[in-house]
Design a protein around this ligand. Structure first.
Ligand code: EPU
Length: 421
């Protein structure tokens, strides 16, 4: 297990390039199960979660390889194994997104039910409801979901749940419906850019999907899909994390390959705080004021403020001049970073799904523990601005979702060392 040693007090300065989006690439990889023809994917980041997905795909009869240009080739060569085992699924919850494609293409899928994780219970009832509505028979056996069908039938499906829609549930149902007989209409579909990106790949494969990126997605089923080429969208959460790291260190950073149009809520909120994020010749330039103003924020489904940047924003607000309220509406228990930030001298009080953050003059370096991907990112950002040295333990969490994060931050003037624990 590795840890990061982070000397604090740096001011990030320079240029950084954003990688392809993990959360777009994962359902896109699963979507390639819908065809026996080869697919070529550009900008798939090299991350632990992607490697875990490729391992699962390998067990499902898929050949995968990266060429010298980093293009990932995906080719289904054997459709006889349709079991995503617990040993692999428990490593990464997003493996649930093979369920819809396997069911639609092979008529049978056995996928271990993903467990909860540090950010909450994370049920998959909406995924199953959507697939049942398409005519799948779904049973549970030994902790596995077993889904079977003859041919899926298009229908109208409502995917809203107690916390809004579901991103991977929408990906699963939309992917499965591409091969259904007739037309499917998903109401209350997730509107995240990652869903639109998946639809772009599936349409390039010959699917007929309209409205992806809006709450109503219509899918006209086709007999079969073919191979395709696709470039994954830039990672809006990685970009947001770098923007917040630049802001908290009072830095001056230019981001390449950054889609600011996917970050409206974040840019808007940062403007309230005193951080300017401007578009400049296809790049995003971040500059922040010396004094940061407090603000109130509620996480919401896209296009609202993303839950995946809540922890990193909290680090920034720890240093604002006054009281901020952060309410988590997607994963109400996603506050594992609070206790660690308190160890660094933050002043945060939890009240149900809300954290009241009272700004302090400085954070102080300390040994802290990463608990999940985004919480770890928040602690790294805190380490950069803290007085003294911060040790972030268990950085395997951060390696799941950030490509070479310490190298990218070091390129901007940080001096993070990765050390084996
Ligand atoms: N929910 C249900 N039933 C379901 C599915 C979800 O009640 O069947 C609830 C969840 O418990 C949660 C809400 O609906 O309260 C939204 O969950 P969603 O299904 O949208 O989450 P997800 O698709 O499993 C993706 C991202 C997460 C991100 C969330 C929300 C991937 C691989 N994961 O998860 O990313 O936080 O959407 O935007 O795309 C991360 O990258 O760190 C991460 C956790």
């Amino acid at each position: 297990m590795d840890k990061f040693i982070i000397p604090g007090g740096v001011r990030l300065k320079g240029e950084v390039s954003i990688s392809g989006a993990k959360n777009a690439a994962l359902p896109i990889l699963a979507g390639c199960l819908l065809t026996e023809e080869p697919c070529s994917l550009r900008a798939v980041p090299d991350l632990a979660d992607i490697r875990a997905m490729l391992e699962i795909m390998g067990e499902l009869g898929v050949d995968t390889s990266r060429d010298d240009d980093g293009v990932l080739k995906i080719h289904v060569t054997d459709e006889s194994h349709s079991h995503a085992r617990y040993d692999l699924v428990r490593k990464m919850r997003a493996s649930i997104c093979v369920l819809g494609p396997l069911l639609a293409k092979r008529g049978y899928a056995r996928v271990s039910m993903p467990g909860g994780c540090a950010i909450g219970a994370r049920p998959v009832d909406l995924h199953l409801r959507g697939l049942r509505a398409l005519g799948a028979k779904i049973e549970l056996d030994g902790g596995d979901i077993i889904a079977t069908r003859d041919r899926l039938q298009g229908t109208e499906i409502f995917l809203g749940g107690p916390f809004g829609s579901t991103v991977l549930g929408t990906a699963n149902v939309m992917s499965a419906a591409t091969l259904a007989e007739g037309t499917t209409m998903i109401e209350s579909a997730a509107c995240e850019p990652e869903i639109e990106d998946l639809a772009d790949l599936l349409n390039a494969m010959g699917a007929k999907i309209r409205g992806a990126g809006t709450p109503r997605v219509t899918i006209e089923g086709v007999e079969q899909l073919s191979g395709a080429e696709h470039t994954v969208i830039p990672d809006r959460i990685e970009a947001g994390t770098f923007i917040l790291a630049a802001a908290v260190t009072n830095g001056d950073v230019t981001l390449h390959n950054c889609r600011l149009d996917h970050l409206h809520a974040v840019v808007d909120k940062l403007r309230d705080v005193g951080v300017a994020v401007e578009k400049h010749n296809g790049t995003a330039v971040v500059a922040s004021a010396r004094r940061l103003c407090p603000t109130d924020v509620t996480t919401q489904p896209y296009p609202g403020f993303p839950t995946d940047l809540q922890a990193q924003l909290m680090t920034l607000l720890c240093l604002a001049d006054g009281n901020s309220a952060i309410t988590e509406k997607i994963f109400p228990d996603r506050f594992m970073h609070v206790a660690e930030l308190l160890r660094m001298g933050a002043n945060i009080r939890k009240e149900g799904p809300t954290a009241i953050v009272t700004g302090v003059r400085e954070l102080i370096g300390a040994p802290v523990m990463a608990s999940d991907l985004r919480a770890s990112a928040a602690l790294v950002v805190a380490g950069l601005v803290a007085r003294g040295e911060t040790e972030v333990r268990r950085v395997y969490h951060i390696d799941r979702g950030y490509e070479h994060i310490e190298k990218k931050l070091n390129q901007l003037g940080a001096n993070i060392q990765r050390v084996a624990e």
